[in-house]
Design a protein around this ligand. Structure first.
Ligand SMILES: NC(=O)c1ccc[n+]([C@@H]2O[C@H](COP(=O)([O-])OP(=O)(O)OC[C@H]3O[C@@H](n4cnc5c(N)ncnc54)[C@H](OP(=O)(O)O)[C@@H]3O)[C@@H](O)[C@H]2O)c1
Length: 269
């Protein structure tokens, strides 16, 4: 393997894809070797400088990964519809696979676990360092205060496709695991009409959509007389680009297996 990590981005025309590419172009440890866009995209075969204003490395936006292009890791930031093709491409090239796509079906998560027998795989609903710390904090509070009510509130920009956000679900998963329960059996996604009093162990979700909000998550722990709220606010998509790049560099040299974003960060206390 060369000194730098050769990165392929899948979903390069998207908001997150472009944030990842900006970070890769600025990195001394990674090199962008292919920027994949959807067949038929207006960017297909266009030079990268059309979007990024740089003469960087003669890379064009492309609809396919040529066999002679060096590739160590594929970063998928497309969406649930294109995800299967992204994973298939990483498997075909036997390269590491990092995905930040949310709204995946359970079969798609299972496909990643299966692929992890052959290639290194890392999926995260959120590439932010702050969210990774929020996950750790949520785990700690949920197990220390097992009887407190827990609800998760999130807000995202008006164009977001899935709800609740993948990060909100991941937070719910952490809380359920910390309490040795199953999220699917305790999640409450809607409170309308007369739903009656809250049941013990429920994990409620609420989603707001509007404007250009990059991403906000609040996890609320409540009991009689007091309430603890942990909030993370993302102000720029660049944080996700940085996290995706860190994950790609870290994963490129791993053995096949399923890894978490938490493992990329500093060891847990
Ligand atoms: N993990 C995280 O930290 C994080 C953070 C933010 C967002 N996300 C998730 O990341 C995903 C992308 O988000 P986004 O805001 O960047 O969405 P977006 O702006 O819609 O970008 C998705 C891009 O993927 C492209 N695409 C679709 N099919 C493709 C294919 N076969 N090959 C190559 N590219 C293809 C789309 O092209 P067209 O425009 O031509 O359809 C679009 O440009 C979503 O699932 C979102 O929820 C994750």
């Amino acid at each position: 393997m060369s000194a730098h990590v050769n990165v392929v981005v899948f979903g390069s025309a998207g908001r997150l894809g472009q944030a990842v590419i900006r970070c890769v172009l600025a990195s001394t440890q990674a090199k962008l070797t292919c920027a994949l866009v959807k067949p038929g995209s207006g960017l297909a075969d266009e030079p990268l400088e059309r979007v990024f204003g740089t003469m960087q490395r003669n890379v064009d936006f492309s609809t396919s990964l040529d066999p002679d292009v060096a590739a160590d890791v594929l970063v998928d930031v497309s969406g649930p519809v294109a995800f299967d093709a992204a994973l298939a491409l990483a498997l075909e090239r036997r390269i590491a696979f990092v995905s930040g796509t949310t709204g995946l079906r359970e079969e798609q998560h299972a496909a990643m676990r299966h692929a992890a027998h052959t290639i290194p795989v890392l999926w995260t609903a959120n590439f932010s360092l702050g969210i990774a710390m929020l996950m750790r904090a949520a785990r700690r509070v949920a197990s220390a205060l097992p009887d407190w009510d827990c609800d998760i509130l999130e807000m995202h920009h008006a164009r977001k496709q899935d709800a609740p956000s993948g990060t909100a679900l991941a937070l719910g998963q952490v809380v359920a695991e910390s309490r040795q329960t199953v999220l699917a059996e305790h999640a409450v996604f809607a409170r309308i009409d007369k739903t009656g009093p809250r049941q013990p162990g429920e994990i409620g979700f609420a989603s707001l959509r509007g404007g250009d909000v990059v991403g906000e998550h609040t996890i609320v722990f409540a009991t009689d007389g007091e309430r603890l709220e942990l909030t993370h606010r993302a102000g720029s998509r660049d944080i996700f680009g940085r996290g995706a790049l860190a994950a790609a560099i870290w994963l490129a040299r791993r053995e096949p297996g399923m890894y978490s974003f938490d493992e990329v960060l500093a060891p847990a206390e």
